[in-house]
Structures are given as structure tokens and as C-alpha cells.
Design a protein around this ligand. Structure first.
Ligand code: PRT
Ligand code: MG
Length: 213
């Protein structure tokens, strides 16, 4: 029996994937939110979960550290998606990637006057491409989290971050001024594994597609 591994991150992605796993007939033997285990066995002897950082999921699947993975479109676009199939939009962990600024900051004015905009984000590749396509000059400031602080402290004029309810922006006096991408989580597959283990992987991919629909 071919052994199969699925990479995913704890927190939001695991929580929203759990009902899909149940529908596919996969029952993890531990909950990564409470366990410290990074490799989690399931009721299926041929299948285990690998717990990784959200932004590392595409890297694990690309290099064959896992056969399958579950990752947000934000992470996939930023990573580039080399060596990955993205066969199923799971429709979970939905949010939007946006440009946000301090309330009262004249974003349209700054952009139309051709000012160099200082933009803080962890999505540097996506952000560079977004502004290049608009012909707006930006200085990128790479952060690893809490992007919302950057405009409040004068570190940056704008941020590129994810918004779901809008509460985080609102509570920090920020407003979204532009949408870059709608985001949801995708099932991703190592391209080489799909060829060598198609018999084991294809039914699982089909089951996820069915469970997500
Ligand atoms: O911790 P690590 O750096 O490894 O990754 P992470 O913090 O990005 O992981 P996690 O678990 O927070 O997010 C995993 C994935 O969930 C992301 O890659 C997205 O695809 C998806 N997702 C969906 C979100 C949100 N919704 C979301 N709202 N990820 C983050 N947020 C954050 C956002 O960055 C902001 O700080 O929530 C805040 C905004 O939420 P609202 O509801 O206040 O608007
Ligand atoms: Mg986090």
C-alpha cells in the first residue's frame, strides 16, 4: 500500500479542514492545536498528516516532503506554485488580500502623483507584481507578521495583508483601499507523486473535490 502524507498548518487551516477530512473518512489521532506532535497518524494506516507553518506548506509539497497539502491561495501565489498541481479549491479559510492605509491617508492622491509608496508586507512577491502592473513605484518592507502596525508607527504608508471580518483593520484605524486577490484554501499535489502514486492519490483528490462541493 503506497503511504500518503498531507501537509497542513494548525490553527485556522486545520480547524476548517477538519470537517472536510471527516467527510473524506480521515480521522486524525491527535488535534495539532493541542498536541505537540508534528506527524499525526490517522484512522487510515496508509495516511498521515504533517504539521507545518502555513507559509511552508507549498515548499513541503513541491519537494516531496508531503504528497498533498492544504494551503491558502495567498501563500500559493506568493510561493509561485512550481512543481504543484492545484486541483481543488476547498472553499475554506476565505478572506481577501488587500492594500490598506491609515484612515485619512490620501492613497489615490499619492498613487496619482507618482509618489514612491512605502509598503510593508509578508507577501513581497505578490505585492511587487501588483504595483508593477499598475506602474506604481514602491519600496517594499518585508515583515513576518502584525503588518497592521507598520502604518501606525510610520514604518510604511501602506500594507498588503489579509482581511476577513475587517475587525483588525477597523480596530487599528486602517481602511482597505484596493483588493489584490480573493483567497481560499486549495488542495495541492506534488506533480511527481501524482504520476508515481496516482492509484492512491487520485481517489483522495476526487473525495476532497466531492467533500468541498
Ligand atoms: O503563523 P504563520 O506565519 O505560519 O502563518 P499565518 O499566521 O499566516 O497562519 P494562519 O493560520 O493565521 O493563516 C493561515 C491561512 O488562513 C492564511 O494563509 C490564509 O489563507 C487563511 N486566512 C483566512 C487568514 C485569514 N482568513 C485572516 N483573517 N489568515 C490570516 N488572517 C489574519 C489577517 O492576516 C489579519 O491579521 O486575520 C486578521 C484579519 O482578520 P479580520 O477578521 O480581523 O479581518
Ligand atoms: Mg500565525
Amino acid at each position: 500500500m503506497a503511504s500518503i502524507s498531507i501537509a497542513l498548518s494548525k490553527g485556522r487551516i486545520f480547524d476548517e479542514t477538519a470537517p472536510l477530512l471527516a467527510r473524506v473518512g480521515i480521522r486524525p489521532k491527535a488535534n495539532p492545536d493541542s498536541s505537540r506532535k508534528l506527524v499525526i497518524a490517522t484512522n487510515r494506516r496508509d495516511l498521515r498528516l504533517i504539521v507545518v507553518r502555513a507559509s511552508d506548506t507549498p515548499t513541503y509539497v513541491q519537494h516531496g516532503g508531503a504528497d498533498l497539502g492544504i494551503a491558502g491561495r495567498d501563500v500559493l501565489v506568493e510561493h509561485g506554485g512550481d512543481g504543484l498541481y492545484q486541483p481543488v479549491d476547498l472553499g475554506i479559510a476565505r478572506c481577501r488580500m488587500v492594500v490598506a492605509v491609515r484612515k485619512g491617508f490620501d492613497y489615490a492622491g499619492a498613487v496619482s502623483q507618482g509618489a514612491r509608496l512605502r509598503v510593508a508586507t509578508k507577501y513581497v512577491n505578490t505585492t511587487r507584481e501588483h504595483f508593477a502592473a499598475k506602474g506604481v513605484h514602491v519600496d517594499l518592507i518585508r515583515l513576518y507578521g502584525s503588518m497592521e502596525l507598520a502604518p501606525l508607527t510610520g514604518l510604511a504608508d501602506a500594507i498588503v495583508d489579509l482581511v476577513a471580518s475587517g475587525r483588525t483593520l477597523r480596530e487599528n484605524g486602517l481602511v482597505a483601499v484596493e483588493e489584490i486577490l480573493p483567497v481560499s484554501a486549495r488542495l495541492i499535489v506534488n506533480q511527481a507523486a501524482l504520476k508515481t502514486k496516482r492509484g492512491a492519490l487520485q481517489p483522495l483528490i476526487d473525495a476532497f473535490a466531492e467533500a468541498a462541493a
